[in-house]
Design a protein around this ligand. Structure first.
Ligand SMILES: [Zn+2]
Length: 170
């Protein structure tokens, strides 16, 4: 029995890990190629908790990941993808106040972005310039030990149709 558990642990330890895949920009989905919100910008690959890709499976296939996760270090600056208005500060979990986020609406085409697992700077109603710092990345390992630390990014057009964040930033 002990040998079997040991073997299991060994197999688990030897499983391939991909903490991130290089971010390869594709054609922008919107009229504008949006500014990178992190430098560098790296997609979260598969880890113990799942994959950070857009439409990746969640809850054993019950739902899909409607955002994309980009790898961060705690405290890293998060930048505005476009000039827009801070519509709200939004918390990703109703039952865990440690984590925060921001929603910014593009004032030209009314696309909006939600970025979670970051501490916003400034206040609701502020107009932020493209490329300016809007917050700092948080430490998600407080909740999910060993997860690839990241910000979760959702992007929508003015009709609230989800856009693929993997293709929005150039
Ligand atoms: Zn996510």
């Amino acid at each position: 029995m002990i040998v079997l558990i040991g073997l299991g642990v060994l197999v688990w330890l030897l499983m391939p890990r991909s903490p991130g895949v290089p971010f390869a920009p594709q054609a922008p989905v919107s009229r504008f190629g949006y500014n990178r919100i992190l430098n560098p910008m790296t997609l979260r690959g598969q880890d113990t908790y799942g994959s950070g890709l857009y439409l990746a499976s969640r809850d054993n296939g019950a739902r899909k990941h409607l955002g994309a996760d980009f790898v961060t270090n705690k405290g890293e600056s998060v930048l505005a993808p476009f000039t827009g208005k801070v519509v709200r500060h939004s918390k990703p979990y109703s039952d865990d106040n440690r984590f925060d986020g921001i929603e910014i609406q593009n004032q030209e085409n009314f696309d909006y972005v939600k970025i979670f697992y970051m501490s916003p700077v400034g206040k609701i109603g502020d107009v932020v310039k493209v490329g300016s710092r809007v917050g700092f990345a948080q430490d998600l390992t407080m909740k999910y030990p060993n997860i690839t630390n990241h910000v979760h990014v959702e992007l929508y057009n003015k009709d609230s149709k989800p856009l693929n964040p993997e293709r929005a930033f150039v």
